[in-house]
Design a protein around this ligand. Sequence first.
Ligand code: PLP
Length: 453
Amino acid sequence: MTYQNYSLKQLQQIDAAHHLHPFTDHKELREAGSRIITHANGPFIYDADGTEILDGMAGLWCVNVGYGRDELAEAAYTQMKELPYYNSFFKCSTPTPVLLSKKLAELAPRGVSQVFYGSSGSEANDTALRLVRHYWALEGKPEKNRIISRKMGYHGSTIAGTSLGGMEPMHKQLGGAVPNIVHVMMPYAYELALPGESDHDFGLRAAKAVEDAILEAGADKVAAFIGEPVMGAGGVKIPPMSYWPEVQRICRKYDVLLMLDEVITGYGRTGEWFAAQTFGIEPDTITTAKALTSGYQPLSALLVGDRIAATLVEKGGEFYHGYTYSGHPVACAVALKNLEIIEREGLVDRVKNDTGPYFAQALQERIAGHNLVGEVRSIGLMGAIEIVKDKATKERYLPSGSAAVVVRDHAIAQGMMLRATGDTMILSPPLIWTRETIDMACERIAKALDLAE
Ligand code: PLP
């Protein structure tokens, strides 16, 4: 790599001239210049100036084992030398996706033991959408093809992912959505609970919106409900514990498949291997990606429940679907090693019994009381800080301008990377964070809040 031959300024100029970024206002970017991250180690990232920043987002919700893991680089190197690529099409396979599938079947919730690979969460959700509709067609019910999703849900950026998701600005740029997808209310108590409504009752009411949508369409027209166990990109919206079991009960009642998008929550973030286990549900499909390799390689795994898989195998004939990189041997080798690290270091348990509860307490004790903060909430190592103008009325700074963006910029200047979505600050750190790292993060966030006030 020869980027060292370029100054930061030169890299920024070339970036602005030739690189179209995801989710970016390019005019703004060209004026400001991008922040160029050149290397990373453990929980820290470093920019081209050598500034050390604590990464509160694990990259983009993915680097769960932290940066600088030689073992993962070695797993990739060894596999690349032995067999850099061969496909899993046309009755071929390679060893690493075989062994990874076995491992995932062991870790997955009950009744889920088949895996279909892609390279991204978006691809996996495209696969999931095709699969559930194909399932009902194979069962002789092709008209049972509607999908219920949620407003503000995020399921990726492809046309199917955007259509499944409930982000209005994305819909506006879509130029034609995948048909037969409807969006219902999200389980977001902070803004949507009625005065005096308990968390439990709000969860049941939000689940009822799923039932209402099924009844409006007719159960014989609805294929599936899809949701993130905890809405991530939409602002770490954590549903009441009553929500998911009730959604599952409703889905079972009307024979509607339950699709869980665990692209963020999969592999430990909520303190179990899968958030399905945290919320006590048994979905028909589970979309995973990101932390499967801790972001060291692009890889997604759609975990498919036995009911769907049995129909696909027995009645399906050829499934006309797949990607060149489905089951990529190098990505799967890295995933196997990554899961081994997570197990060996007990990271899932640590989130459940130590760092997760400590994180929750630290946010409550050190951040929640700030004048700019309406609410803090977290589950495992995933958290949100609501920025408000008025704590009592919950009045926001938006739409006149996002205060969260101001706090985020102060935080970065304090050496703390976190994300702003709307007027919500988001945290999703690597699972290697310790109590000391959490203390450091809270100190920097508190300072950023003070500076923004
Ligand atoms: N689903 C969820 C819940 C996500 O958070 C994301 C990405 O953030 C995706 C799907 C899309 O994954 P990818 O960006 O790998 O396509």
